[in-house]
Write a protein of this length. Structure first.
Length: 180
């Protein structure tokens, strides 16, 4: 949290504030990589403001149960997507989306094979780039490097693992949609 922002009083006993400037170039990668280096062997999740984790069977299963399953399957990462939600009434909800009446686009999402620039742009095995939502709809205002909606947001940290600026890891197996 930037030092300029005040932490609300009702959160001061619940939250450990870490002063950090997210406005600088590469801030997210530096923060995530610092936590990876400090805590190898732990499952981690990273997200941006106003994002939350919606996972399969979230009504009846916890995130811990999902991570236990992935660990048993010898998977060390999970491909996630950012899906934009819309309010059903912008006049009544101009600044937020009520979660009990949220809407999302049913079309306009796609996946393309991820090219390997180090191998004559042949496609990488079991890796896709996903597009859609507002980033696709307003692509002329969103830089090319920021249009993807996929990332490996849930992963098990390990020594030497690094998050790259395109939300992929230096261990290519972590970037696949089925990771051992």
């Amino acid at each position: 949290m930037p030092d300029e922002f005040a932490l609300p009083r009702d959160l001061q006993d619940l939250v450990h504030r870490v002063g950090y400037n997210m406005a600088r170039e590469g801030a997210m990668e530096l923060a995530v990589n610092s936590v990876i280096a400090a805590a190898p062997g732990l499952w981690m999740y990273y997200c941006f403001n106003a994002e939350y984790l919606f996972h399969p069977f979230c009504e009846t299963r916890t995130v811990s149960e999902m991570l236990s399953f992935h660990t048993e399957e010898r998977r060390h990462s999970m491909l996630t997507y950012v899906v934009d939600l819309f309010s059903d009434d912008l006049d009544a909800n101009p600044d937020a989306v009520p979660l009990d009446r949220a809407h999302l686009d049913r079309s306009g999402y796609c996946a393309l094979a991820r090219p390997d620039i180090n191998n004559h742009n042949h496609t990488k095995e079991r890796q896709l780039d996903f597009f859609g939502g507002l980033r696709w709809r307003y692509e002329e205002q969103v830089p090319l490097a920021r249009r993807k909606i996929d990332r490996i947001a849930l992963f098990k940290s390990k020594e030497g693992l690094k998050l790259r600026e395109d939300h992929t890891f230096n261990d290519e197996e972590y970037n696949t949609y089925a990771c051992p």
